[in-house]
Design a protein around this ligand. Structure first.
Ligand code: NAD
Length: 494
């Protein structure tokens, strides 16, 4: 066992899952030990042998049964997601369960084509042919966060299975019950039980998973943990996709439709109580429209109904971070225009709008991951772009303008994995688009054809299309061949 595998049987701990709105205990479970995690990986590997040999089409038709189970038991899933995370049932359905039903359907239809061998036409060596073929990696280890405990983890599980892999999932310790429910639905759908395993636990269980012989790792979580995971995978030469933190800027141009922009920003900042890696975390509003935009945003926030539109935050520590960010911004001169504190029972937090923010404040520089929208007035679009790109993080960025061409031009200048014009958040729900960050927001992509192929080894075969007796570049070397090659080179690269 490697140095990172620190979960020992005698140090086993209990994880208590609670409803963040009521504090009620939803369930208790034991953390997996390092030995159990290693065993789960080896059982998944055992089942993967036969699974990986099935045609992609056959895998798709079997995974479709799992998708059907998700659709059939959607309400049960939404109730549990809502209870364990505090999000509204509407968000549990539209942002998690529906996203998975769609992602599964999309890849079930298209995986055979995406994973079919791809021919490479050789531009010089015309007597030879090349193609790529996509082989399962083996066992994929998935380490996931608590903010979309079903929508993130299950999409990765489904894509890894379609690619022919076994999967071991280490869910967040904050939301373990949803992962266990996913496994229950998976088993009930008739999929090979051993092929997909869930190993609940805290950080050390994630470290133990990386140390258990997995062949690929998908990590979604904070940048700080992502660096440790990247280092642990690097040490073992395990390829890894890191989906990390964000600090999404929104640039509001002077020509933006302010009614639409205000509604979009309010949704983009406060959906899922701001606990979205691509939440609107800082707004740069052109000075010509700043005051009117702030008024419209506050008016939209006033219309939000507690419980129906905005649920609760998911865990206490994150709620404290939000309070710290607001307090430090206020101490540095920001003004609270609405919200600013917890409301009602549990971890529900009022949607908060801050103005008079400056780029040097923590609230503009560090991830908030809560329902806070800091706004800063800027001179022009150029200043907005400079400030938007003045960040270590680069997951998502937004531009609001009535001029579509200008919107695209500005979006291309944003140093982010994805940039959207005149809307927020939703490309996570578009499985054909790549999901991933630049800078310290991550490495690699999930979703899209690229994400599916990354779950395979891309192997290259090169073969003879025309068999000659002898190739020009073989032994013996001679002056004659040298001169012929030189002549040919000068003719080709003339
Ligand atoms: P986190 O980094 O605290 O934990 C993520 C997961 O890593 C958990 O399962 C945790 O138990 C595990 N873990 C902790 N220490 C580990 C270690 N040393 N080795 C292996 N695993 C370890 O993140 P979180 O609080 O669960 O999630 C919030 C963060 O995730 C935010 O920063 C958010 O932006 C980010 N996030 C990113 C995306 C994305 O797609 N880029 C999506 C959702 C969330």
């Amino acid at each position: 066992m490697g140095a990172l595998a620190t979960v020992d049987a005698d140090k086993r701990d209990v994880i208590v899952s609670r409803n963040p709105l009521t504090g009620a205990v939803l369930g208790e479970l034991r953390e997996s030990t390092a030995v159990e995690i290693r065993d789960a990986v080896s059982r998944a590997r055992g089942a993967q042998g036969a699974w990986g040999k099935l045609s992609v089409k056959e895998r798709c038709s079997r995974v479709a049964r799992f998708r059907d189970a998700v659709v059939a038991r959607a309400e049960e899933l939404c109730d549990l997601i809502s209870a364990e995370t505090g999000k509204t049932p509407a968000e549990a359905l539209s942002m998690e369960v529906m996203v998975i039903a769609d992602l599964a359907t999309y890849f079930i239809k298209r995986a055979p084509k995406i994973l079919a061998p791809e021919s490479i036409s050789l531009h010089l060596l015309k007597n030879r042919g090349s193609y790529l073929h996509f082989q399962p990696r083996g066992v994929v280890g998935i380490i996931s966060p608590w903010n979309f405990p079903f929508g993130i983890a299950t999409g990765e599980v489904i894509m890894a299975l379609l690619a022919g892999n076994g999967v071991v999932l280490k869910p967040s310790e904050v939301t373990p019950l949803i992962a266990l429910k996913t496994k229950e639905l998976y088993d009930a759908s008739g999929m090979p039980t051993e092929l997909f395993q869930v190993v609940p636990g805290r950080g050390p269980a994630g470290a133990a998973l990386i140390d258990s012989g997995i062949d690929y790792c998908i990590f979604t979580g904070s940048t700080a943990t992502g660096k440790k995971v990247g280092a642990a995978c690097g040490e073992r030469l395990i390829p890894v996709a890191l989906e990390l933190g964000g600090k999404a800027p929104a640039i509001v141009c002077a020509d933006a439709d302010l009614d639409r922009t205000a509604k979009a920003l309010v949704w983009g900042a406060f959906a899922n109580q701001g606990q979205v890696c691509v939440s609107v975390e800082r707004v740069y509003a052109h000075q010509a429209v700043h005051d009117e935009l702030v008024q419209k945003i506050c008016a939209e926030v006033d219309k939000l109904r507690p419980n129906d539109d905005t649920g609760s935050m998911t865990w206490e520590r994150q709620t404290e971070i939000v309070e710290e960010r607001i307090a430090s911004a206020v101490a540095a001169g920001a003004k609270v225009r609405t919200g600013g504190k917890r409301r009602g029972t549990g971890l529900a937090f009022a949607p908060t709008v801050l103005t008079e923010c400056r780029q040097d404040m923590d609230v503009m520089r560090k991830e908030i991951f809560g329902p806070v929208m800091p706004i800063m007035k800027v001179r022009d679009e150029e200043e907005a772009m400079t400030l938007a790109n003045d960040s270590q993080l680069g997951l998502m960025g937004y531009v609001f303008t009535a001029d579509r061409q200008k919107g695209k031009r500005l979006a291309e200048k944003l140093e982010t994995g994805t940039a959207m014009v005149n809307d927020c958040l939703l490309t996570f729900g578009a499985p054909e688009t790549p999901w991933g960050g630049v800078k310290q927001s991550g490495v690699g992509v999930t979703h899209s054809a690229h994400g599916l192929r990354d779950l395979c080894q891309s192997r290259h075969v090169n073969y003879d299309r025309i068999a000659l007796k002898k190739e020009l570049w073989w032994y013996p070397y001679s002056d004659k061949v040298y001169k012929q090659t030189l002549k040919m080179m000068r003719w080709i690269f003339r």
